[in-house]
Design a protein around this ligand. Structure first.
Ligand code: MCN
Ligand code: CUN
Length: 829
């Protein structure tokens, strides 16, 4: 159970009405428009087991593919012998890089400037890398066949840590890159190094902390998979695949295969969670497509759970040093950071190509700081490729962790309440649009209102008093209170900040109103559980005065949908949501002409009434007509000179990103005997501008907070020195369950985006981005009085106990027991 608090001082859309482009007021008309808690339309099929996921796709004559994977992290392949597999009943083919070379399919581009082997050509670069593929009539036979492929390896020394990889004597991982002599990928810097150094020299106080944002795995419920289906009759390749960005994947497939793009169709049916995992392209997709092309039969590949964890795009793995320079009364003068990034064996990170470190350079966060500087190096290692995507807004997660942790470190150094430091340094509402020292243009914000609401909901002052009491009483359980007042950046994005492979980022929507007044909407983004079939219909319902049930939203089929760049970086609402609103308004403009014709009035006299969802004649409100009534006229009675039909398409090129924000307050109890951390209170106040569906937003917040808790407390993809994944299944990679998740209290403020047609910002990633520092701050806060300034994630009980022990706060269980026996209490209990 959770409750949703509103900031009483804040009414919806209030900020917009003070000036700037006016987001339009929703009317609560009950048709399912903006702001209504419409139940998710897609859930009917999901909860009745009628979803259609890639593994549900079955084609006549379909074959199955299993991949042979390397047990070694670094090894040269000497020989691959598939004859024992080929001898098996039901095995149709064994494919190796050599076979793919014939079709020019042995390598594929990653979303960054790198080239990855589809099947290993020469040298294995990470454990479980794809070495060969077995195609068989049945999945079990394929699996058995894969075990019978004999591969001879010459095992090489692996290197798994980024700093080891950059040592002079480290084994060279990427011999396939011409002239490559080391494992260094790139250096990158942002901000003003000199001005920052000067601020540090002049500051009263400086603080520094090292922190490692560990390697994480997105863990969608549905693993990755594809069904390749080449039709020689039409010379057309259809690939059903788990994709967050079907159009980008179609373009990549065209580039990889040489098949012209209009002869490729990517279908992403229902997607069972993505969280960034389904942004990159994986070898299995290419193998399934290539095998179906060669064999002229459909081929399905669906990976197992451990394959998903061990080989598909991981996230984070950022080793950061943070520094803050401040005055003695807590004004932040400068922030500086140095990062070592582990990108794995291939630089497969999905990110706008202008920033090799993603959006990490938003690390000044919610604060008005004059000087900032970041430097970063990235390294290849013998670990799975990736390095960015997991509910992260492209490294904003790491940036937010850095600044929100450092603010706490500074507060403790100055011995002031961390809320005081935040209030003193927040960018103020009147400073928007605000340009940050690293060149970001924040659209709108009111950080103090969100913090005030969160503190009030969390009963902050009471907990501070309780915390003090416990310290004075030497209590067994310490109390800690952590805060994070984060700023997100979502909605990729305008050309100056974002592009993919040189393509400026946009998104699209197409609306067709049928003669009977029902509508089909197609969008270029791809829902993976976010509820687009409902929320995008709500935008249209609002803009056209239609009933949400009369609108169906489709996506995930490149043959029918307008080209779009897909769903990641919480960009669907900021970009495709904007396209949907603009396309709706185009439809409304045309409908107005038809309304004038139908109402026999001058077009200049026709007015749109948002409340009733009707056009009426000025001064004669009873002469009115709805879009539904106009639809027939658009086809059967279109005014002379007007093109028949009622439809529109919009490709929306956003002028700016949107900057959602929030304040989270977490109260924890830390057990001095066991190191266990219990959540006492978890308050999340989010501001994503105008809200389309508050219930969907709350669902997003709950899910994202659970993932933030997993991040802070449990999750870590680990490797041993030989490059073996030691956290490669759900027995060893711990995800939080309902047992570990506390009750959340959510609240919101509303600060519309001034440049978005409906004033909305994204929200999907905010809770995962914003919550880890609040949780770590809380645990550190419980021990700060004894001098603890940092605890590394994941904060498992042993890690916390060690921090307690070092600070002299730990209680020895044995000592306790002795005490109890002596006093005779234990026997009585
Ligand atoms: N929404 C709203 N009003 C707003 C903002 C958003 O009602 N002002 C609604 C949207 O209409 C949408 C949902 O909230 O239904 C999320 O919207 P948005 O913030 O635009 O994010 P996206 O739809 O682009 O989703 C992407 C984001 C990312 S990048 C990851 S990772 C993630 C996340 O969403 N993966 C998810 N949430 C997920 N939720 C589920 N169930 N499954 C995933 O894989
Ligand atoms: Cu950063 S994970 Mo989401 O953008 O698909």
């Amino acid at each position: 159970m959770s409750s949703d608090h509103e900031n009483s001082a804040d009414t919806e859309y209030q900020h917009a009405e003070d000036g700037g482009p006016q987001p339009e007021k929703h009317c609560g008309h009950g048709r399912g428009g903006m702001g209504e808690e419409v139940r998710r339309k897609e859930d009917q099929r999901f909860i009745t087991g009628r979803g259609n996921y890639v593994d549900d796709v079955k084609k006549p004559g379909m074959l199955h593919c299993e991949l042979v994977r390397s047990p070694h992290a670094h090894a040269r392949i000497e020989e691959i012998d598939g004859s024992r597999a080929m001898d098996m009943d039901g095995v149709v083919a064994v494919l190796t890089a050599e076979d793919l070379l014939e079709y020019d399919l042995a390598t594929m581009p990653t979303l960054m400037d790198d080239t990855q082997d589809v099947l290993v050509n020469d040298k294995v670069k990470f454990q479980s890398q794809e070495v060969a593929a077995v195609i068989a009539e049945d999945r079990y036979v394929a699996k058995d066949g894969a075990e019978k492929v004999d591969v001879t390896y010459d095992v090489l020394d692996p290197v798994v840590d980024a700093d080891d990889a950059l040592e002079d004597d480290a084994p060279l991982i990427r011999e396939d890159i011409e002239d490559k002599e080391d494992n260094h990928i790139f250096d990158w810097e942002t901000g003003d190094e000199e001005a920052t150094a000067q601020a540090f020299e002049e500051a009263d106080v400086t603080v520094e902390e090292e922190m490692f944002y560990q390697r994480l795995h997105p863990a969608p419920i549905e693993t990755c998979g594809a069904v390749g289906d080449y039709d020689p009759g039409k010379d057309k390749l259809t690939v059903h695949m788990t994709s967050q960005a079907p159009h980008i994947h179609r373009t990549l497939f065209a580039q990889v295969s040489g098949i012209p793009e209009h002869k490729i169709r990517i279908v992403s049916p229902d997607v069972g969670g993505g969280f960034g995992n389904k942004v990159p392209i994986y070898p299995g997709y290419v193998v399934a497509a290539a095998a179906s092309y060669v064999l002229e039969q459909p081929v399905k590949w669906v990976e197992e759970r451990s394959e998903n964890i061990q080989t598909t795009g991981f996230a984070r793995d950022y080793d950061m040093t943070g520094e803050i320079a401040a005055t003695e009364d807590g004004e932040i003068l400068a922030v500086r950071t140095d990062v070592l990034a582990n990108h794995g064996a291939y630089n497969a990170a999905a990110q706008p190509s202008k920033f090799p470190a993603g959006f990490f350079n938003i690390f000044t966060g919610s604060y008005d700081i004059d000087a900032a500087y970041a430097s970063l190096s990235a390294a290849y290692t013998n670990t799975a490729p990736g390095g960015i995507a997991y509910r992260c807004s492209f490294r904003v997660t790491e940036a937010v962790y850095l600044i929100e942790r450092m603010v706490k470190v500074l507060a403790d150094e100055l011995e002031v309440d961390p809320t005081e430091i935040r209030r003193k340094n927040f960018i103020q509402p009147e400073q928007f649009p605000y340009e940050s020292p690293t060149g970001w243009n924040y659209d709108s914000g009111d950080y103090e209102s969100a913090l005030d609401l969160a503190l009030e909901m969390a009963e902050y002052e009471e907990y501070r008093e309780e915390q003090q009491r416990r310290i004075e009483n030497d209590a067994d359980k310490l109390l800690g209170i952590g805060i994070s007042s984060f700023t997100e950046v979502v909605g990729a994005g305008p050309g100056k900040t974002c592009d993919i492979a040189g393509v400026e980022m946009f998104d699209s929507a197409e609306i067709r109103i049928h003669p009977t007044g029902k509508a089909t909407v197609r969008v270029g983004v791809q829902t993976q559980g976010q509820g687009h079939e409902t929320t995008f219909a709500q935008i249209v319902a609002e803009e056209l005065g239609m009933d949400v049930d009369d609108i169906v939203v489709e996506h995930g089929d490149t043959d029918t949908d307008p080209y779009g760049l897909g769903t990641y970086g919480s960009r669907s609402t900021p970009v495709a949501g904007a396209a949907t609103a603009v396309a709706s308004r185009k439809v409304r403009d045309k409908a107005k002409t038809i309304a004038a014709n139908e109402l026999e009035a001058d077009e200049g006299d026709i007015e749109w009434d948002r409340e009733s969802g009707e056009f009426h004649v000025a001064g004669a409100p009873d002469r009115s007509i709805t879009i539904t009534e106009i639809a027939a006229g658009a086809y059967m009675n279109n005014p002379a000179g007007e093109e028949p039909g009622l439809e529109a398409v919009n490709y929306y090129d956003p002028p700016e990103m949107t900057y959602p924000f929030g304040s989270y307050v977490v109260v924890v109890e830390v057990d001095r005997e066991t190191g266990e951390v219990e959540f006492e209170k978890f308050v999340a106040v989010d501001d994503c501008g105008n809200r389309i569906n508050p219930m969907v937003i709350e669902g997003q917040i709950h899910g994202g907070l659970a993932q933030g808790i997993g991040t802070a407390m449990m999750e870590h993809v680990t490797y041993d020195d030989n490059g073996n994944v030691t956290g490669g299944d759900f027995m060893n990679y711990l995800l939080p369950t309902a047992m570990e998740i506390p009750e959340f209290e959510t609240g919101h403020t509303v600060t519309p985006s001034p440049h978005h047609p409906i004033g909305a910002k994204g929200v999907g990633e905010s809770p995962t981005v914003g919550s880890p520092p609040a949780i770590v701050n809380a645990v550190v806060d419980a021990m700060a009085h004894a001098g603890v300034s940092h605890v590394e994630m994941p904060m498992t009980p042993d890690v916390v106990w060690e921090a307690l022990d070092e600070a002299g706060l730990a209680q020895q269980p044995a000592a306790n027991l002795e005490f109890e026996l002596e006093s005779g209490e234990a026997a009585d209990d």
